[in-house]
Structure formats: structure tokens, C-alpha cells
Design a protein around this ligand. Sequence first.
Ligand code: NOJ
Length: 539
Amino acid sequence: MRNHEKLWYKNSIIYQIYPRSFFDSNGDGYGDFQGIISKLDYLSDIGIDCIWIMPTYKSPLKDDGYDISDFYSVYEPFGTIEDLKKLFTEIHNHGMKVITDLVLNHCSDQHTWFQEARRDKHSKYRDYFVWSDTDQKYSETRIIFVDSQKSNWTWDAEADQYFWHRFYPSQPDLNYDNPEVREEMKNVMRYWLNMGIDGFRADAVPYLFEREGTINENLPETHAYLKELRKMMDDEFPGTILLCEANQWPEDVRQYFGDGDEFHLGFHFPLMPRIFKSIGQQDASSLVNILKATPDIPENCQWCTFLRNHDELTLEMVNQEDRQWMWDFYAPDKAMRMNLGIRRRLYPLLENDRNKIGLAYSLMLTLPGSPVLYYGDEIGMGDDISQFDRNGVRTPMQWDDSLNGGFSTSITTYLPVIDDEVYGYHKVNVKKQLKDPDSNLNWLKNLIRIRKESIALGEGDIRWLTQGENIPVLAYKRQTKNETIILIHNMTENEVSINLSVDTGIYRDMLQPSVLFYSNSMMSLHLKPRAFYWLNKEQ
Ligand code: NOJ
């Protein structure tokens, strides 16, 4: 395998699919595997390199599939394991990779392991979970779902003890001090890797082990186990990858890359809210500061940039002052807030304003990392905050202007399709946007195409060309041996003229290739409000 093929994940566009909402092929109101298969041409045409399919396991869906009741079977309405295998094969036939969710930290309380464990103190499964006679243990541990949880312990009358859970009580944490659990989960991975997937997005990895007197996150024992998993993958399934979901500060996420022997990819959680803050405050300094505070990562690793996903826009990785500012600015209606975050989609957050959304996408596509796109954000779908929990950002994909936005022929769907004036399926849908060269979809597709022409945008170094306490115009350089690209973003709503100190030469605007800029060690530019440029130095 050639090196760039081996390192494909370092420069990939990843697309996140929530299977329940993508496409319903059999008219039962739920999205399914066959439905995704029928839309693969659409995805490869956008330029997607890798699809991340959210949980497909058997589950009572108390946390939308992140509560797994059997790691070896699939949620029935999605189809059969054979259908899923076919989906993996078809994704590969379309020249794309596929990763699935690996949920290590917990399972569903409906899982037979937990059922046995609570029923019988002497069952071997008792020790698969974390029990206590008091709810005072591990008191330094924070609560993640702060809106609904008061404690990480829940009393189980049948077991006559408390059990430990970092998320909902329907998701008991597995006990990683038990070697059998560690082995079980390796086997789960082997089972899915044998089916030919290219890797996993590993859910909630900071919380695997518990130790009294700690905050029970990012513990050395957790890293040691994750390294074991990586080694197993390298030995038995070479070329497969791990993407880390650790909503932590940069120096803590850095640990998950190890010496290039733990995770290949990691979401940059602290960067994401700072992209929104920078756009809202018309000042990119917070974004620059967090990236400057981000340690280097090993050569074979990569960040993932993203704007939105299936959860609330998390504000855990900002301070209280910034969190309040983000809430006031982006979630003025309290119903838009959830836990420490904002349950809204990209387009409504940025007021459906192509200029602001352009800045967001340009930053996501040109800052270091492999970008991860959330389904529906390519067409500019809206959200529905009347829905429970995070369901408002998980509504059916809008394919056309027929019944249910073309998502399903069923009279009722598990969640209603968005049908409002601005974001409703009559207005915002794939079919319409494919035909319109200036649609959200074609506009983003073009940005993705251009990003993919450049190795430097995927793998180049970053050098900041604008600095300071206030950065109204953000400029940086991405560079490899053979390529130099200057990225310039006017973060403000005003026209701005700037002089940038850049290497002498001719620069071609990658977004409008007939436009050239010249630098005689200094480049002068006049920028429209919220304009951005991707300038490629002619060799
Ligand atoms: C992170 C997932 O993104 C979220 O949706 C889920 O609720 C928790 N992990 C628990 O699995």
C-alpha cells in the first residue's frame, strides 16, 4: 500500500449519517441500510471519502442507539446484518471508506449482561459493571448530562446496590478493571472489523476506568487499554483506523494520539465553538489562541474539524464567560439550550446567511484536520427545537418536495420532517439544489472539490500571518514541500483593506481561478464583508 493510501484519513472528507433519518427504503417510517445504499451515488458525487455511520446495534433507543443491548446484532428496523454487510460493500464499491460507532464505555440496561448482573450477585456478569453500596464514591466526577442527571450513581432495587453511569441511568458503565470485559470488547471490535469496515468512531473514551481521588477522565489505565485496542487492530486488521471522541482540552486530547500508537484521528472539540465565537464576535483571536495552545501531534495522526453533529453544540470546552456569551448570542430562546450546549443546526445558528456560513465552512475546510460533515448540513437543513432532547437536529433528510421530504412514503415517520417557511422540505431539498448551480449543496460541493485538489490543505503545516488580541482579518499559510496556500478570512461585516507580508510571487485564487494576486513580499488586498480567499502560490 502506498503511503498516501495508508494515511488516507489524514486528508479525507468524512460524512456523518444518522441512519434513522437518512432514507427509508421500505416505507415503514424509519431510515434503513437499503436506504443509505440507494443514496451512495449522491454522497460520492459530493466528494465524500469516508462515511461514519452512527450506531446500528440492537438497542431500546433510550439514547438513540448509544445504549446497546446486543453488540452482535442490528436494530431491526434498519434491516439485517446481511443488509449492513451489503452497505459496507457498496460503500467500498463507490470508492469510499466506512467507519461505525464503537461504544466502549457502557451498554444498555437491557443488555443480558446487565440483566444477569442485577439479578444475581454471583453471576459472572455482576463484575461487568461498577457497583457500590453508597453513592458517595468517586465524588470528584462531573456530571455530563447536567439537565437531567443529579448523580452518576443510580440505585438498583433488584441488585440492592448502586451502579455507576456517566450518561443516562439506562446506560450502565462497563467495568474495565475486569479482564473479561476488556476481552469482550476486543471481540466486539473483531466481529465488526471482520465484516470489512475501515475503522471506528470511538464514543466517550475518556471515561473507561474509575479511580478514587481522580476526576475519572483520561486516566493512564484508559490510555493503556486504548493502546491495546490499537495494537490489536494494527496486528489483525492492518490499515483500519480509530477516531477519538474525547470532548477535552487540547493537551488532554493530545494524549489520545499517544506516540502515534493510540488514535489516528481525534475531534478538535475546543476549536468548534471558537469558530462560532470568532464569527459572532468578528474576531478570530479565540480560534487562533486555541490552535496555538494545541500541541503538535504525531506524523501519522490527524485532527478532525467539524461544525455540527448529532449532539448539542457542546460548550464544555469554553470558560463560563464564553459559554454565557455563546448562549446569549446563539441560543437566545432557552429551549435552544441543552446541558452545556446548544441544540441547533448550522444554518439556523448562522441565520441562514451564506456569508457567515461561508466563513464557517472555509475555516472547517482549511484549518488543520479532516473535515466531518453532518448529514443535512450540506443543503442547509433547519432544526426543530420542539422535539425532545437532541432529536431536533436529527430530523429526516430532505430529499425532495414530496411527502415527508421524500424521506419516506409512510404516513407517519418516527420524527416529523421539517416543514417551516425557511427550512422546510418544500424549500430546502436535495433534488431542487442539485439543479441549481448556486444552491447550498453545489456551493459546498465546489468548496470540497477545490479543497481536495490541494495536499497542503489536508496535510500542510500552519503558520499564522495575522496575530494579536483582536483579529478582524484572519490569515494563515498552509504549506507542504511543493505547495503554499494563503488563507484569508475577513471575519467582519465591513469592507477591509489589509497588507499581508507573504512570500514574493503570483498567487491564484483557488475559488475563482482567473483571479491573480501579486506579492512583492507584501500583498495588498481589499476584502468584501466576510469574504474569504484561498490563494495558491504559482510554482
Ligand atoms: C457521545 C455521543 O455523541 C452521544 O450522542 C451519546 O449520548 C453519548 N456519547 C453517550 O454514548
